[in-house]
Design a protein around this ligand. Structure first.
Ligand SMILES: NC(=O)c1ccc[n+]([C@@H]2O[C@H](COP(=O)([O-])OP(=O)(O)OC[C@H]3O[C@@H](n4cnc5c(N)ncnc54)[C@H](O)[C@@H]3O)[C@@H](O)[C@H]2O)c1
Length: 525
């Protein structure tokens, strides 16, 4: 006989979680103070189960699964359950009160919260025996999303976390264990995906271009179309909450453009207007041009990093400087960019600086900037930048060259980093900071970001693909040119590069996450 589960709140998340638990064979109490919410939840669960049955993916019948879900408006009923999962509205007092009450009614049951933003330790504060309180953070829609963050608060019993991981696995989920830190793991590490996209848009780059470039990198959606899907209000609330919880840390600062749309009631798809208008919704990315490399100008590709290697492996080029028509300089550090091939136009990677800064190094020579991020997929868009002095022969060469290799090019306002790389670099930096704070292990971090957000690679895996050193040098360059703390490379990244480490491997700082002196002393003995 499987343990009974109670779900508090029959809204979007509660009904999804109830369905998953019932499908896994548990008897479920589904609680909501609103009768209409319960009725609606049962109707929606039935519809969803019917769809599963039509696809042949339901074990048993719709009625059998539904019979396991018992709607209730009594907390006493819920208190009988071994597991209580709270999915009530996102208000701290309400969650404390609900779980506090349940804890009074039954001293033994396990009390979980599906909160997105509040500290589990804070929710547990009013519960008798807080060691039985934990976070079970499901993703929307809970029926389909595999990821569940299993969050341990300061007082949560370690053995309970293990039980919760096993329970989630038995529900067909892929749980990851994370510590109780603002935004937990996914909502925190994903912040730059939106925040930096907004910054770039604020610097004059069209939102459509940002969305196309990110799709070209393999993300399932661009940041603006994704904000429209999530709801600009929900996304803004998440940004604000993480920013406040970190006491105004600059890299989490929400953007005025976000507030402006929310205040105007342009909340995304649900209001018919967000960053885009619905219908028709966002414009589709352009189709890549056909590959025609016969007469393309030949570059000399300079630089040791994986981008240079991938370009050499797949793009036409020459190793003979006398034959080259231009230089494709993939080196990241600006200080290295003035010392060779005096007569050739230069198309320079801009990961750590703007095209205008490179132009200053090369004086009168034609210079353009480019950015392209490995692994280079078929849909990858090449970002091109003209220095402030204007378009020139280097820009024309770059356009011809990349188009001939089947890649659409976009000429963007000059700024350091490029769109795709700048967002990715900040995702990586944020992932490193979460790792350094022991929020999760490297493997869990990568897995959670792939499962929870659909990123093509986990940010730490991506850093390894790009090499840690170029990522660090680029962040240093961004911080120098943009003059802002939000680009500050995390000290752990610096330490890893200084130590010559190239992979995150099993580097895990989790045991020290809570600064637990006892653990350290025990280990020292
Ligand atoms: N929607 C998401 O994408 C998402 C994702 C992960 C986590 N969450 C979290 O899940 C929780 C629920 O979010 P949601 O989107 O399902 O909200 P929702 O508004 O769809 O549902 C909340 C439900 O709780 C009910 N409710 C009101 N007062 C209650 C009370 N005192 N006790 C129990 N239930 C009560 C409401 O009637 C409603 O049916 C929140 O903490 C939210 O932060 C939401």
């Amino acid at each position: 006989m499987k343990e009974t589960v109670a779900i508090l709140g029959a809204g979007t998340m509660g009904r999804g979680i109830a369905e998953v638990a019932a499908l896994a064979g548990h008897a479920v109490w589904l609680y909501d103070p609103l009768e209409a919410a319960l009725e609606r939840a049962l109707t929606e669960i039935r519809t969803d189960l019917q769809k599963l049955a039509e696809k042949g993916r339901l074990v048993g019948t719709v009625d059998e699964v539904l019979a396991r879900i018992q709607p209730t408006q009594s907390l006493e009923d819920c208190a009988k359950a071994a597991w209580v999962i709270e999915a009530a509205p996102e208000q701290l007092e309400l969650k404390q009160e609900l779980l506090g009450q349940l804890g009074q009614l039954n001293p033994d049951n396990i009390l979980a919260s599906n909160t997105s933003t509040f500290s589990i330790s804070a929710i547990a504060a009013r519960v008798k025996h807080p060691e039985r309180v934990l976070g079970l953070h499901f993703f929307n829609p809970a029926q389909r999303m595999k990821l569940v963050e299993v969050v341990g608060g300061l007082q949560t019993a370690p053995a309970l976390l293990q039980r919760a991981l096993e329970l989630m696995q038995s529900w067909g989920k892929e749980p990851v264990q994370v510590v109780d830190a603002p935004g937990f793991l996914v909502n925190r590490v994903a912040r730059p995906f939106y925040g930096e996209a907004l910054r770039l848009h604020g610097e004059g780059i069209a939102k459509e271009h940002i969305d196309w470039i990110l799709r070209g990198l393999g993300f399932p959606m661009g940041p603006f179309e994704l904000m429209d899907l999530i709801g600009l209000d929900v996304n803004y609330a998440a940004s604000t909450s993480v920013y406040q919880a970190f006491y105004g840390e600059p890299r989490y600062r929400p953007h005025p453009l976000q507030y402006q749309r929310v205040a105007a009631g342009m909340l995304g798809r649900k209001t018919g207007q967000g960053w885009y208008t619905y219908p028709p919704g966002p414009p589709r990315p352009p189709t890549p041009p056909p590959v025609q490399t016969q007469d393309t100008p030949l570059p000399l590709i300079v630089g040791p990093n994986p981008l240079a290697q991938e370009l050499r492996a797949r793009f036409r080029h020459t190793e003979n400087a006398a034959e080259a028509q231009f230089v494709l300089d993939c080196r990241v550090k600006l200080e290295r960019k003035h010392d060779f091939f005096e007569n050739l136009p230069v198309v320079s990677l801009v990961w750590g600086h703007s095209a205008s800064s490179v132009q200053a190094e090369f004086r009168e020579r034609p210079v353009a900037g480019f950015s392209l991020v490995p692994p280079i997929g078929e849909q990858a868009i090449v970002e091109l930048f003209a220095p402030l002095s204007g378009a020139n022969q280097a820009l024309e060469l770059a356009q011809t060259y990349f188009r001939a290799h089947g890649h659409h090019t976009l000429l963007l306002p000059d700024q350091p980093g490029g769109v795709g790389f700048r967002i990715l670099a900040l995702l990586i930096n944020e992932a490193v900071s979460a790792l350094a704070e022991g929020v999760a292990s490297p493997a869990d971090l990568n897995r959670a970001m792939r499962l929870g957000t659909g990123y093509p690679l986990g940010p730490l895996e991506w850093a390894e693909r790009l090499w840690l050193k170029p990522v660090l040098r680029a962040l240093e360059g961004l911080q120098a040119e943009l003059g802002e703390d939000r680009y500050r490379p995390h000290p752990l990244l610096r330490r890893m590069v200084a130590a010559g480490l190239e992979t995150f491997g099993n580097l895990s700082l989790a045991p020290y996450a809570k600064g637990d002196l006892q653990t350290r002393e025990e280990e020292a003995v």
